[in-house]
Ligand binder design. Structure first.
Ligand code: NAD
Length: 486
């Protein structure tokens, strides 16, 4: 294998091999081995944490706002210069459909770094509370915002650039130093960010460390190490629970972006064809591998059969296709393990009395790669496991509702609370239903909430905290109150 197909760790400003050797990264559409990523050992992680600690404690990174803004812009420009290469890499490593790389899978998160750079310059880092005489002692009070310290960023494979950069952007803007530990399925997407930081920015050594590894346990070290101040985690709710428990040992701050099982509510005055066609498109984009994807479609009971026909027809027409093709919406799923997991849910759905209005298996003619047909499950209730649990594949469940109150009840009858959608003819009414959903984001009539300035995150077991927006930036800040005797 050529050197160009091996990617390295970034530790203390240097691109280095992993002491654990290297592990393969695979194209999920073809099972082709793309190359290798450095496999970090526990010692590599230890060095990365030490470097991040030193860079935070012993350099001016945390206090030089103008320098940080400049570095973030350099990072954005460096990534943009490599956009063509990154696009191909992302399609191959993530199985992301090409069209998505012009949005949330690549271009949008790279561009969003500019928003965080601007925020560093515009943010009110200090607030003057003026004079007061608490307990008769004249004092001048100020509230200062400053970086938390060393951030351990642990990320999943489904939207790697979006999630890696949605952590690096605000964490660095706030003045923290970072150890990024990406998912073993998509090490290259993180490693190239390390290459750009090392080669094309003035970001000082140790400020960002990228530690790829085939071993999940390396992430756990970030949650336990007392030198790490905050863990910013995106991944499954099950792992999120472990992260929180493990971080409790050193009372770290934890910021969690977790799973979802979001509802797509179609009201009885909606244009059923438009709504269900959109639900099909939204539900299987990137093979359903998005935490905020609306995977439970709630339709008026009296129009259930019609809704099934429209949705199933749209899913079958969209199909699963080569992610290289501009027209593909649904590519492969990330791995054999994920495919098995999804197939387990398909079996479970049938056992629980469900039926497939379309799909239900692997697409014909795709013998290589990890594929699942776009699938619509009917005949389940909201308490069956396939309707309640996150499947993370191109699999939608359609459920009937008996009016707005019932739709809200079913939508909220979930341990998750990440996102949701409402479609209706009367916008006021749709807005009212949206307001009753216990979720961190809601789309009304196809509105798109994604953006650098929009906080994103979960209610209930979908997470703690917000990513993006000013609220997301402030997750990475401490608050210090200073009073001077006058
Ligand atoms: P995962 O929870 O298996 O892994 C996520 C990351 O955590 C990986 O880097 C993994 O190596 C690491 N990890 C695993 N065990 C760990 C431990 N004990 N301690 C510390 N780190 C550990 O998730 P995944 O399969 O990579 O991604 C899919 C999940 O991510 C889905 O549940 C999805 O909903 C969720 N997700 C959530 C959001 C969001 O913003 N809410 C966004 C994308 C994905």
């Amino acid at each position: 294998m050529s050197r160009t197909n091996d990617r390295l760790l970034l530790v203390d400003g240097r691109l280095v091999p992993g002491a654990g050797g290297a592990f393969e990264t695979i194209n999920p559409a073809t099972e082709e081995v793309l190359g290798t990523a450095a496999d970090a050992s526990a010692d590599d992680m230890d060095r990365a944490i030490a470097a991040a600690r030193r860079a935070f404690d012993e350099t001016g990174w945390a206090t030089d706002h103008a320098f940080r803004a400049r570095c973030l812009r350099q990072l954005r420009e460096g990534l943009r210069r490599r956009a063509d290469e990154l696009r191909e890499l992302t399609i191959k490593e993530v199985g992301a459909p090409r069209f998505l790389t012009f949005g949330a899978q690549l271009d949008a998160p790279v561009d969003d770094l500019a928003w965080f750079a601007d925020l560093v310059e515009d943010y009110g880092w200090e607030r003057d509370l003026g004079r007061a005489e608490p307990m008769g002692m004249p004092s001048h009070r100020r509230v200062v915002r400053e970086a938390v310290g060393v951030v351990g960023a642990i990320t999943p494979w489904n939207f790697p650039h979006q999630i890696n950069l949605a952590k690096l952007g605000p964490a660095l803007a706030a003045g923290n130093t970072v150890v990024l530990k990406p998912a073993p399925d998509t090490p290259w997407c993180a490693a190239v960010v390390g290459e750009v930081i090392a080669g094309e920015t003035d970001i000082p050594p140790g400020v960002v460390n990228v530690v790829t590894s085939s071993d999940h346990a390396l992430g756990a070290r970030l949650t336990q190490d007392p030198r790490v101040d905050l863990v910013s985690f995106t991944g499954s709710t099950a792992t999120g629970r472990n992260v929180m428990a493990s971080a409790a040992g050193t009372l770290k701050r934890v910021f969690l972006e977790l799973g979802g099982k979001s509802a797509f509510v179609v009201l009885d005055d909606a244009d059923l064809r438009a709504a269900c066609s959109y639900a099909a498109f939204a539900g299987i984009t990137h093979a359903g591998q998005g935490c905020a994807i609306t995977t439970r479609i709630l339709v008026p009971r009296e129009r259930h059969d019609e809704a099934v026909e429209i949705t199933a027809g749209a899913l079958a027409k969209l199909g699963a296709g080569d992610p290289q093709d501009d027209r593909t919406i649904c590519g492969p799923v990330i791995s054999a393990r994920q495919r098995e997991r999804i197939e387990g849910y398909l079996e479970l759905a049938v056992k629980d009395g469900g039926a497939f209005a379309c799909g239900g298996g692997r697409p014909e003619g795709r013998d290589r790669g990890f594929w699942i047909e776009p699938t619509l499950i009917t005949g389940l209730t909201n308490d069956s496991r396939a309707a309640r649990e996150e499947i993370f594949g191109p699999v939608l469940v359609i459920l009937p509702h008996d009016g707005d109150d019932d739709a809200v009840r079913i939508a909220n009858d979930s341990p998750y609370g990440l996102s949701g959608a409402v479609h209706g003819g009367d916008v006021e009414r749709a807005r009212g239903v949206a307001g009753r959903l216990r979720t961190g984001t809601v789309s009304v009539n196809g509105g798109v909430w994604y953006g650098a300035d929009v906080p994103f995150g979960g209610y209930k077991q979908s997470g703690i905290g917000r990513e993006m927006g000013v609220a997301g930036f402030e997750e990475y800040l401490e608050t210090k109150s200073i009073a001077e005797g006058v």
